[in-house]
Design a protein around this ligand. Structure first.
Ligand SMILES: Cc1cc2nc3c(=O)[nH]c(=O)nc-3n(C[C@H](O)[C@H](O)[C@H](O)COP(=O)(O)OP(=O)(O)OC[C@H]3O[C@@H](n4cnc5c(N)ncnc54)[C@H](O)[C@@H]3O)c2cc1C
Length: 462
C-alpha cells in the first residue's frame, strides 16, 4: 500500500458531503486524508437540518430516513433513543436528524480510522483549479489547499435577488430574500400581513415558523399553480406497492400512473392510496428519466413537474393539519397567480398579481414579503462564487437543460467541452437534471455510497 495518503477535498458538509466522507472512511483500504470545506460550524446539518424550529418535521417517516441504504433501521434506532415512542411511521423533527448525522461525523473526526483522517475547514470555497496533477482549492484571503480528488457537494442554494426589488428601495429591507437565514422571521411583527412568494415546502416551513411564533396577521402564499404539497397520511389501504412507468414519453407515463391509481382504488384502495403508486414508482424514476429524450425531459419540466413535485415531496401529516387549519380560519390564503408588479405604498408593499384561472387582477397590500421559491437549480442564477468561477473557467460545464452541472450519471463532472474531468465529482442537488431524483435522503444515501466506491476505485488506480 502506498503510504502517501490520497488527498480528497469535499466541498460542502451537508448530508451528501458528510455521508460521502463516512463511506470513504468505512470502505477505504488506502490511506486517505479527507478535508471537508464547510462554513457552517458543524458538518452534517447542511441547509435542511440546521433549522432550530422543532416544528419543522422531516418529510419522510423515520423508517425511510436511514443514512445507510444497507441498514434501513439505522435512523429509527437512533430516533428511539430520543423518543422511545418513535416508530417507522413517525415524522421526527429535522433537527434530530441533524443531530444523528453530526454525531456520526464527530465520531469519525475524533477517531478517524487506522490509516485515514478527516478534518473540517470552516471556509467557503471560492475557486477550484485543475493543476498538472490534482487540484488547487482557493478560499478567502487567497489561501489555497491541494487535493488529488475533489467532490462538489454544494447542495441546495438560493438564487439572485429579483430585479423588481430595485423599484421599491424604500422598503426593500421588508423583503426577505434568504428564507433560511437563522432567525429570518424574528423581526416580523405578529400582526403584520405577509406574502410568501411560492407555495412549496419552503413556504410551508415559513407557515409553521409563523404559527409556532403565534402570528396573527394574514399570510398569503402565491405561486403560478397555487398548489401546496400534499400531506402524507398516517395509514392508507391499497393493494399496490409498485408502479409501472412507461419509458420514453413523459405524458404517457403520467397517464399510465393515473390509470394505476384508478385501478388501485377499484381494487379496494382508499382515496389516499394514490400514494402507494407514487411511492412505488420511486425506485424506477431515475431509469425512467434516463429513458426520456432531452425534448421529453423538457416537456416534463415545463408541464408536469409542478404536479409531480406536490405529490412526490409531501409534508408530514401534522404539518398538513396545521396548514389546513390556517387555511380554514382564513388566516392563510393560497393564490394561483403570477406577480405583475410591486410598488411601495406608505411603507407597505402593494403587490399586483394576475389570477391564473380567471385572469383577474388581485391587489394585495402587505407589510413583508418572503422569497419561498425554494432552492435555485439554474446554474447561472445560483448565488455561488464557486460555481461562477468553475463554470466561467470551463472546468465544469452546465447541464444542457441549464439546471445543475454537466455530469455523468455516476457524478463525474464534465467540462465545458463535455469531457470528463478526472478526479472531479459532484453529488446531491447539482445532479438534478441528470437524475431527476437527487435531492432527498432515500436517493442520496444510495448515490453517496456509489460515489464513494467510484472515488476509491479511481484513487486505487492513480
Ligand atoms: C428545507 C429543506 C428540508 C428538507 N427536508 C428533507 C426531509 O425531511 N427529508 C429528506 O429526505 N430530504 C429533505 N430535504 C432534501 C435535502 O436536499 C436533503 O435531505 C439533504 O439535506 C441534501 O444534502 P446536501 O448535502 O446535498 O445539501 P445541503 O444540505 O444544502 O448542504 C450543502 C452544504 O454545502 C455548503 N456549501 C455550499 N457551497 C459551498 C462552498 N462554496 N464552500 C463550502 N461549502 C459550501 C453549504 O454551506 C451547505 O451546508 C430538505 C431540503 C430542504 C432545503
Amino acid at each position: 500500500m502506498n503510504d502517501k495518503p490520497t488527498r480528497i477535498a469535499i466541498i460542502g458538509g451537508g448530508f451528501s458531503g458528510a455521508m460521502t466522507a463516512l463511506h470513504l472512511l468505512r470502505n477505504t483500504k488506502q490511506n486517505l486524508s479527507i478535508t471537508i470545506f464547510e462554513p457552517r460550524p458543524v458538518i452534517g446539518r447542511g441547509l435542511a437540518y440546521s433549522t432550530v424550529c422543532d416544528g419543522h418535521l422531516l418529510n419522510v417517516p423515520a423508517g425511510g430516513m436511514s443514512a445507510y441504504a444497507d441498514d434501513p433501521g439505522h435512523f429509527l434506532r437512533y430516533a428511539t433513543t430520543r423518543d422511545a415512542t418513535a416508530d417507522e411511521r413517525t415524522f421526527v423533527p429535522r433537527m434530530i436528524f441533524g443531530d444523528y448525522i453530526t454525531g456520526m461525523v464527530r465520531e469519525a473526526i475524533e477517531q478517524g480510522n487506522s490509516n485515514s483522517s478527516v478534518k473540517h475547514v470552516t471556509e467557503t470555497v471560492l475557486d477550484v483549479r485543475k493543476k498538472d496533477t490534482g487540484f488547487e482549492i482557493e478560499v478567502s484571503g487567497k489561501k489555497t489547499f491541494e487535493a488529488d480528488q475533489v467532490i462538489l457537494a454544494l447542495g441546495n442554494m438560493g438564487g439572485r435577488k429579483p430585479r423588481w426589488l430595485q423599484n421599491v428601495p424604500a422598503i426593500a429591507d421588508h423583503y426577505l430574500h434568504d428564507p433560511w437565514q437563522p432567525g429570518a422571521i424574528e423581526s416580523i411583527g405578529l400582526d403584520e400581513d405577509i406574502l410568501l412568494i411560492g407555495t412549496g415546502l419552503t413556504a410551508v416551513d415559513k407557515m409553521i415558523e409563523l404559527e409556532v411564533k403565534g402570528h396573527r396577521g394574514k399570510i398569503y402564499a402565491a405561486s403560478r399553480h397555487g398548489l401546496l404539497p400534499r400531506p402524507h397520511v398516517a395509514r392508507y389501504v391499497g393493494l399496490k406497492n409498485q408502479a409501472e412507468i412507461v419509458p420514453g414519453n413523459a405524458l404517457k407515463a403520467f397517464k399510465s400512473l393515473r390509470a394505476q391509481v384508478v385501478s388501485n382504488e377499484a381494487a379496494g384502495g382508499d382515496q389516499d392510496s394514490w400514494r402507494l403508486v407514487f411511492d412505488g414508482m420511486r425506485a424506477e424514476t431515475q431509469n425512467w428519466w434516463q429513458s426520456l429524450s432531452l425534448a421529453e425531459q423538457k416537456r416534463f419540466l415545463r408541464h408536469l413537474r409542478t404536479y409531480y413535485d406536490v405529490h412526490r415531496h409531501r409534508m408530514a401529516p401534522h404539518i398538513g393539519e396545521i396548514v389546513d387549519s390556517l387555511a380554514k380560519s382564513e388566516q392563510l390564503r393560497v393564490l394561483a397567480a403570477r406577480m405583475e408588479s410591486v410598488e411601495a405604498d406608505n411603507g407597505r408593499f402593494k403587490v399586483t398579481l394576475k389570477n391564473r384561472h380567471n385572469g383577474q387582477t388581485v391587489i394585495l397590500t402587505v407589510d413583508r414579503m418572503i422569497n419561498c421559491t425554494g432552492p435555485q437549480a439554474n446554474i447561472d442564477a445560483i448565488e455561488s462564487p464557486l460555481l461562477r468561477t468553475i463554470v466561467g473557467s470551463g472546468l465544469a460545464g452546465r447541464n444542457t437543460m441549464g439546471s445543475g452541472l454537466a455530469v455523468t450519471k455516476t457524478g463525474q463532472v464534465l467540462n465545458q467541452e463535455g469531457n470528463p474531468v478526472y478526479g472531479l465529482y459532484a453529488i446531491g442537488p447539482l445532479l438534478i437534471s441528470k437524475l431527476l431524483e437527487s435531492v432527498a435522503v432515500p436517493e442520496l444515501r444510495v448515490q453517496v455510497a456509489s460515489l464513494a466506491d467510484l472515488v476509491l476505485s479511481e484513487a486505487a488506480t492513480a
